[in-house]
Design a protein around this ligand. Sequence first.
Ligand code: HEM
Ligand code: HEM
Length: 160
Amino acid sequence: MPTGYTRIQIALHWLVFILVVLQFVLHDSIADAWERIEDGLEVGFDPLVAQHVFTGLLILLLVMIRMAIKAKRGAPALPENEPAILKLAAHGTHLALYALLILMPVSGAVAWFGGVEKAADGHEAMKVLVLVLVAVHVAGALFQHFVLKSNVLTRMRKPL
Ligand code: HEM
Ligand code: HEM
């Protein structure tokens, strides 16, 4: 089992983080465009709509690369002295985040390219889950760093 993350794994983690923040900050145009489509109105070209679609698909690609690297190389173990319940919470959160980073772009694409309303509803509902899980994830990272004083946050900043 590796003792840390590689430069690529770290770069991908923070790049995906920035891109996900962008998706949330710049979601107004695609939400408006989708409403117009639902009302049967015309939708012209809007660079911010294209940004949402392309950034979302890029996230999907980057997350698949991350999962392939993880499957091949593995991930560092959690600190040995960490309580089992926290280890379970950390693994569960990571798994759920990976699942959402795939389901968000897939549901978005099915809604946008397939015109499927249910997929858009799912996309919007999952948005809340992303916010909750990222909040839990960040709280966990800060708890590791400042309370348990482990190297978990440092190893997502500095490669092996
Ligand atoms: C991880 C990637 C993605 C994230 C984090 C994300 C996030 C969001 C957010 C926050 C909204 C606003 C929801 C609201 O109105 O409250 C939204 C709406 C939307 N997104 Fe995405 N998105 C992603 C990928 C995509 C992709 C790849 C597509 C299309 C190919 C897409 C299509 C849409 C559509 C059509 C809407 C408007 C309908 C709705 O509100 O559900 N999204 N997205
Ligand atoms: C959109 C936001 C974020 C997403 C989707 C996300 C997702 C993930 C995922 C899936 C992992 C597991 C990596 C693996 O083992 O393959 C991870 C690890 C990690 N993340 Fe995030 N993350 C986000 C934001 C953040 C932020 C803001 C922080 C810091 C405050 C952070 C700190 C960490 C740390 C320290 C690890 C390593 C955990 C360990 O080594 O066991 N993440 N993240």
